[in-house]
Design a protein around this ligand. Structure first.
Ligand SMILES: *Cc1c(COP(=O)(O)O)cnc(C)c1O
Length: 425
């Protein structure tokens, strides 16, 4: 059961594979962030959802209804949040190479632009006007190392994201001369799936150091944004701090550093993605073929794989799974769950302890709410799965299943390539 719905019945009704998102779990995580900020941070605060984890109309609207702002990283994500009815003043545009069109969209709508580099300062100076300055924050690279996969580490100095803090004096000097830009915040994000608390404690201190510099330079900074990055449990081996503990660490670090330096408390913003939505989602697959490699392993294949969940092949991510229609059966075999893509690395779970199973059984893979749908592709021309939002025993479609017709929507066949039925046979 998930959200009061029988998972096997959901698959019968909406098809397979199926993304399933539990509304209550998402709302609970939103409230945990909000409540912990209120409890542990003595100043103003707001969590904003890093929507690249799962950006679609329903998820943007759901999270915004809990009072969270939304962090977007492209014009497409910005547009989706706008269409979901999110107040543009609650939108924060990120990205290390925003186009003029993306910057213009965010500026015209009155969103906050997280400026990443000098080119963006130039582009925005040309776009914005002094009587309606662009609301911006600066993204900086704090030089903080954390133990996570190197592809999802962003805080070390050799990162493609953000200004080098050594350049702060020049950036501040530039902003002083630019009435088109109103810089209200400073931001850093150090990586993802982080289990330690020390990096965000250290980051709080670093942010406040920059804040002091900015104030000394006369900039009207009122917001510090500590990014996201809190990890979640994918398997029993994962041991992340709770949302409350993480928020407490960040809040206290900033509050203490401000007190020590006798600075007024800025508004504290954090940007969780994975920890807000990861454990609220699961993916249901139908089991198909099986192959035994004697003395090595048994492969059991599902009707999806790296197209609906590219994390295992990209980051060697591991998950847990269970067979929904045999949930209380004893776990009698160890298998490798493979996807159906033409790629040997297309493995959903390298090792899974499962009951004995047969084709047609429903496999539930847990904690797929973050970076699954949002990273999905049509590799091998597989239509993307549907997604349903469940709660209180009801299930509502939030993403329709793609069809073969959808796959051809943007294909164009030049007339000179059109195959003639007679010559082609
Ligand atoms: C990805 C990202 C986040 C969210 O990271 P999680 O690990 O999913 O919490 C927050 N801020 C920025 C700038 C990001 O790029």
């Amino acid at each position: 059961m998930i959200g009061g719905c029988d998972l096997v019945e959901l698959v019968a009704e909406f098809g397979s594979p199926l993304y399933i998102l539990d509304e209550h779990t998402v709302r609970t995580a939103c409230r945990q962030y909000r409540d912990a900020l209120t409890r542990y941070y003595p100043g103003e605060s707001q969590p904003i959802y890093a929507s690249k984890a799962w950006n679609c109309l329903a998820v943007c609207a759901l999270v915004a209804s809990e009072g969270l702002g939304i962090d977007v990283v492209s014009g497409g994500e910005f547009y989706t949040a706008l269409q979901a009815g999110v107040n543009p003043e609650q939108l924060y545009l990120h990205g290390n190479n925003k186009s003029s069109d993306e910057l213009r969209l965010a500026y015209d709508q009155g969103g906050t632009i997280m400026v990443d580099n000098w080119l963006e300062l130039d582009l925005l100076t040309a776009i914005a006007s002094p009587d309606q300055p662009a609301r911006i924050a600066l993204r900086l690279t704090p030089g903080i190392e954390c133990h996570t996969h190197e592809y999802i580490r962003t805080g070390h100095l050799d990162s493609k994201f953000g200004f080098d803090p050594q350049q702060l004096p020049q950036v501040f000097a530039r902003l002083q001369q630019q009435p088109q830009l109103r810089c209200v915040g400073l931001h850093a994000h150090i990586g993802s799936q982080i289990f330690e608390r020390q990096p965000h404690h250290d980051l709080g201190d670093v942010l406040v150091g920059w804040y002091q510099q900015a104030r000394a330079a006369g900039l009207p900074i009122t917001e510090l944004n500590i990014g996201g990055g809190l990890g979640i449990c994918y398997t029993e081996a994962d041991d992340p701090p709770s949302i409350e503990e993480w928020v407490k660490t960040a809040s206290q670090a900033i509050a203490t550093a401000c007190e020590t330096r006798q600075l007024p408390l800025p508004k504290l913003i954090c940007e969780p993605g994975r920890s807000l939505i990861g454990t609220a989602g699961l993916t249901a697959y139908t089991l198909g073929s099986r192959k035994q490699v004697p003395g090595v392993r048994t492969y059991v294949a599902v009707d999806g794989g790296m197209s609906d969940n590219p994390r295992p092949i990209t980051y060697q991510s591991v998950y847990r799974a269970a067979i929904a229609n045999r949930f209380s059966a004893p776990l009698t075999e160890t298998v490798t769950v493979a996807g159906k893509h033409c790629e040997s690395g297309d493995i959903v779970l390298p090792t899974a302890e499962l009951p004995s199973s047969e084709p047609g059984d429903i496999l539930a893979v847990f904690a797929t709410g973050a970076y699954n749908y949002s990273m999905a592709s049509n590799y091998n021309r597989l239509p993307r799965p549907a997604a349903v939002l469940v709660g209180g025993g009801d299930a509502e479609l939030i993403l329709a299943r793609e069809t073969y017709t959808d796959l051809l929507q943007y294909d164009r066949l030049p007339s000179r390539l059109q195959l003639d039925a007679t010559t082609n046979r």
